[in-house]
Write a protein of this length. Structure first.
Length: 284
């Protein structure tokens, strides 16, 4: 699969296009993300394994949201059932992505606890105080553990970033999808950093007035992830089509001549969001 290397400013364009996608169906977006939030809260209430369950099924839920984005682009309504639609045909592959991600998190956490030692673990988990003579050693161990967690967690998150979309839209095996996702993130590291830094600033700003702005921002971020997938893997912006029109086929079998279009035929209406991509994309 071709992976495009986009301009740095595309990191901002993804957010703008994501907000435009949110504006197409704001109420539906709020309902879908609200349902996702309720699922996260419900699983968190399950003792011991609740957070593990949500991490395991999250790629399936995210894949459903991405299918909802494609439905909006095709002029169809976004429905709350889209949240579960990806699991109908790709459940095993998406759960595998969640399992690999969960296993990676457990291994990274175990390694950090091993390096930090029992003193750090007792302080973080049980709030146990340490003596002043041990404080410098514990602080040094915590810093080392934090650096290891960041070093190993970032590639793991990159591998999971586009993987659900590649499974849902391209039927890739989960391991290959995670490999392609990691490669795409590495090739577009600067735009992704700009996207993440800007998103973090917006989260802080939107969280200030009692978190009301997050109602708009969270759906926008999910929509922006879909836009970034199209930009990097398909090399095209999002295009909205009216549901009453039909696409004209752009290829035909050799045994069939293409139909002749009359001058009275109308071209399907499309609403194209321009991607400010001034220079040609580099592709692998």
């Amino acid at each position: 699969m071709e992976i495009h290397q986009v301009n740095t400013k595309q990191g901002l364009q993804w957010l703008l296009s994501g907000f435009y996608l949110f504006r197409r169906a704001p109420l539906s977006w709020v309902l879908v993300c609200g349902a996702l939030f309720l699922i996260a809260i419900s699983t968190a209430l399950v003792p011991l394994v609740g957070s593990f369950i949500f991490t395991l099924v999250y790629p399936a839920l995210m894949g459903g949201i991405m299918q909802g984005c494609r439905a909006l682009e095709e002029g169809k309504p976004l429905e709350i059932t889209h949240l579960f639609s990806a699991a109908e045909s790709n459940f095993a592959a998406l759960i595998t992505i969640g399992g690999i991600y969960l296993t990676g998190l457990i291994l990274i956490s175990g390694l950090a606890a091993l390096i930090g030692g029992s003193a750090m673990t007792d302080m973080l988990l049980y709030g146990k105080r340490v003596d002043e003579t041990q404080l410098m050693g514990v602080a040094s161990s915590m810093l080392t553990s934090l650096l290891i967690v960041l070093t190993l967690s970032i590639p793991l998150m990159m591998a999971s970033w586009f993987a659900p979309m590649l499974v849902v839209f391209h039927k890739m095996p989960p391991v290959m999808a995670m490999q392609q996702s990691l490669l795409a993130c590495l090739r577009n590291l600067i735009p992704l950093l700009l996207f993440l830094i800007t998103s973090t600033i917006l989260v802080i700003i939107c969280a200030l007035p009692y978190g009301a702005g997050l109602v708009i921002l969270i759906p926008t971020l999910y929509a922006a992830m879909y836009v970034s997938y199209k930009d990097i893997f398909l090399g095209e912006p999002i295009r909205f089509k009216d549901h009453e029109t039909q696409d004209v086929p752009n290829h035909w079998h050799n045994t069939q001549d293409p139909p002749q279009k009359s001058e009275h035929d109308e071209k399907p209406a499309e609403d194209v969001i321009p991607q400010n991509n001034d220079s040609d994309s580099k592709s692998k």
